[in-house]
Design a protein around this ligand. Structure first.
Ligand code: ADP
Ligand code: MG
Length: 691
């Protein structure tokens, strides 16, 4: 149960004065549904209203607070014209500009002849000074109402800054004084304020520097968040480890048969990963290992050989895929190998029903089936293995804690495969409860892809190059990204490009996009696969799941608009066959710094892990994995691209804490429980016996 001291913070935002259902919805969008979410939603900027120039010296584009006399009102001559109020000090004139203004309101707040303090952004147009929609218009008597410094929060359409500031203030007022959960010596060493101080300071920046993640207040909050995360992961891990594993060793007779049947030799990376897995399985602690590698890096073979190891040890194995389709693919790909190694492999998904399913479950319970491939249906309540030794979970691109949790209580070893090249720091947060093996480098048998970066001004050369290549029988992708606000405009751009390319290259040009009927799209893809057309113009729909080994050219237009991970995925579409491949990244100048860095990275490396690390550095983790949905990596105050060092420290601290006080019973332990609840790690607290 959440401690009572936190109740007020976990109230919904509509409990704040002035927040009704409409605002609640908007606040939920930017921060979250509860006051605690508001409290953890830190300002992204600060407005300094202490700049108080005379009008004549006011810098254009800067927020200024000026004392003025109201001269006169100049209503717009029609509705589309702005309403202007002219004011002056002793040095110059400024026009206050209002669109869609209510004249009554303005005559009331700015009566001619009155003195006013106005604060807002001053711009200069030609020789005239203007301030559009001042943030503040005050009678000099109420000058104290003007904040010298004002936090700026992330906003959404319809949510005014002032409202958000007020809501954040309201939430902050509800934050209680909490018992300190940090080690006092460590806190002192770091020079960190206590939690409430830190939060208050973080919400009240007075200078740009106060927004820096390294500032003590922000660093402390980041650490708190990371500590809660690491503590929770360790608790889950401890729980999973509590079900003892078994020492599984094989004599290698099945694996030898399988390896002999492989049409290729295992790579160094595969051999190394297998050695790590074998060692884990041989120990009597339960294996929780993550196998990372790009799509096509050869994870499936490693998983299969690990399953054979479990069977040699007298157990059964399971291979779980995220979708029915993938389960069937795995099953089809591995069937010949299973046959040649003399093991019985079956498949179980939602589609298997009735008598055949009964028979299958019966054989499974008797131990007649060695490997069962399937979806999460594998772990339905009525599925009983006789002796499950190893469960392999293929997550592809998803994070599936729930899948791992569904394995809880069984004592099988667990191997999770993921194709997302997660940077080390992120792996630690997402999978802090697991050991990691990586299949580095280029997938087996793949040619390196030569990558060129060039400006759109040279598009003509690209087309000429393409023409020569196609004459020699090459096949090429041409990607037009989603650029404009409107899909229609994008589509028009892609269609126009297809027409231009047809004019330049002849009829062998096809177009696929997301708005197409799937049947038409599939037919066009098929034409490309079989070589009936040689250029496939596409919006980003081809990013996933196209495998045409004969394609050797990838042109990406507006490459500067793509993230690194996306570019990496796109480039991965070529270089799949024996021919040498090229990737041309076409950008439209001018290039921003981040885009420049991205394209440089693409030219220099094709290692998914290096690219992921770089992506993290350039973009930050939230965007990186599209993890918002999973809720798992979503940090509100920690930023892993800068707080990486704190993450390691939090991990060490969490380990030390649980070593000394595994049930969190000490006074500090009690404070740490509050920390876990504060950051919504209620699940983890449940794992504590003395909860
Ligand atoms: P992943 O599961 O990592 O996406 P797969 O295991 O499906 O990758 O491997 C992709 C392809 O590479 C498969 O056709 C597989 O047979 C092949 N492959 C795996 N290991 C090797 C290797 N060592 N040498 C050559 N080809 C390999
Ligand atoms: Mg695979």
């Amino acid at each position: 149960m959440r401690p009572a001291i936190l109740f007020p913070l976990f109230a919904e935002t509509r409990t704040l004065a002035g927040v009704g259902p409409r605002l609640e919805k908007l606040i939920k969008e930017v921060a979250g549904p509860r006051l605690v979410d508001l409290a953890f939603d830190l300002p992204i900027a600060v407005i300094d209203r202490s700049y108080r120039p005379k009008l004549i010296e006011a810098e254009s584009g800067r927020i200024a607070t000026v004392a003025v006399n109201v001269l006169d009102h100049v209503p717009g001559f029609d509705k589309r014209q702005p309403y202007k109020v002219r004011c002056s000090d002793e040095t110059a004139i400024v026009e206050l500009v209002f669109f869609h203004a209510k004249a009554d309101y303005l005559t009331q707040t700015l009566p001619p002849g009155s003195q006013r303090i106005v604060s807002g952004r001053i711009e200069r147009f030609g020789g005239r000074r203007q301030m559009a929609h001042p943030d503040y218009i005050l009678d000099p008597a109420r000058e104290a109402d003007l904040p010298a410094h004002e936090p700026v929060y992330g906003l959404t359409a319809g949510l005014p800054s002032k409202v958000m500031v007020k809501a954040a203030k309201g939430a902050l007022a509800k934050v209680p004084n909490l018992p300190e959960w940090l080690d006092p010596t460590y806190r002192k060493e770091r020079g960190w304020p206590d939690f409430l101080d830190a939060l208050t300071t973080a919400h009240n920046p007075v200078h740009e520097n106060d927004l820096l993640p390294a500032m003590p207040a922000r660093a402390r909050l980041a650490f708190d968040e990371l500590l809660a995360n690491q503590l929770a992961l360790l608790l889950v891990r401890t729980k999973m480890r509590e079900t003892k594993g078994r020492a599984l060793t094989g004599d290698g007779h099945l694996r030898r048969k399988a390896i002999a049947a492989l049409p290729f030799r295992l790579t160094e990376a595969q051999i190394a990963a297998l050695a790590e897995i074998d060692a884990d399985m041989a120990s009597d602690a339960r294996m929780l290992r993550l196998l990372q590698g790009d799509v096509g890096s050869g994870k499936t073979v490693v998983a299969f050989l690990s399953l054979l190891h479990a069977i040699e040890a007298g157990c059964q194995g399971a291979l779980m895929a995220p979708t029915e389709l993938l389960a069937r693919q795995h099953f089809a790909a591995l069937s010949p190998l299973a046959e040649q190694s003399g093991v019985r492999m079956e498949i179980l998904t939602g589609r298997e029903k009735g008598a055949p399913r009964e028979a299958l479950l019966d054989a499974l319970a008797k131990g007649e089936i060695d490997i069962l491939v399937g979806t999460h249906a594998l772990f339905s309540d009525d599925v009983a293995f006789r002796n499950l030794g190893l469960a392999v979970v293929d997550e592809q691109h998803r994070f599936g804690v729930h899948q791992r949790l569904s394995l809880q209580g069984r004592n099988a070893d667990v191997l999770v495969m993921t194709a997302t090249p997660i940077p080390r720091t992120l792996a630690l947060t997402a999978y802090g409860d697991m050991e990691v093996s990586r299949l580095h480098g280029r997938p087996p048998g793949r040619q390196p892809v030569e990558t060129g970066v060039l400006s759109a001004e040279r598009l003509g050369e690209v087309v000429a190059h393409l023409r020569r290549a196609i004459e020699k029988g090459a096949r090429a992708y041409w990607v037009c990204p989603l650029v404009a606000e409107s899909e229609k405009i994008d589509l028009a751009a892609a269609e126009e490009r297809a027409i231009e390319l047809k004019a330049a290259l002849g009829d062998g040009v096809g177009l696929v996009h997301g708005q197409m009927k799937p049947s038409v799209r599939d037919a066009t893809m098929e034409q490309f696969r079989t070589g009936k057309i040689s250029v496939l113009v596409a919006t980003t729909v081809i990013e996933v799941g196209v495998d045409v080994p004969e394609a050797t050219i990838m042109v990406v237009e507006h490459a500067e608009r793509f993230g690194l991970a996306q570019l990496h995925q796109l480039r991965g579409r070529v270089g799949r066959g024996p021919e040498r491949s090229h990737c041309l990244l076409v950008y439209h100048p001018p290039l921003g710094e981040t885009a420049k860095a991205r394209l440089k990275t693409m030219r220099e490396t094709d290692d998914g892990f290096v690219i992921a690390e770089e992506d993290l550095r350039l973009r930050g983790p939230g965007e990186l994995l599209g993890t918002r949905q999973s809720g798992q990596l979503e940090f509100r105050m920690a930023d892993l691209s800068v707080h990486g060092e704190l993450l390691a420290a939090a991990r060490d601290d969490a380990k030390m804490i649980l070593l000394r006080d595994p049930e969190l019973k000490s006074p500090r332990g009690a404070a740490l429980r509050t920390l876990l609840y504060l950051f919504g790690r209620d699940e983890a607290v449940k794992y504590l016996r003395a909860g």
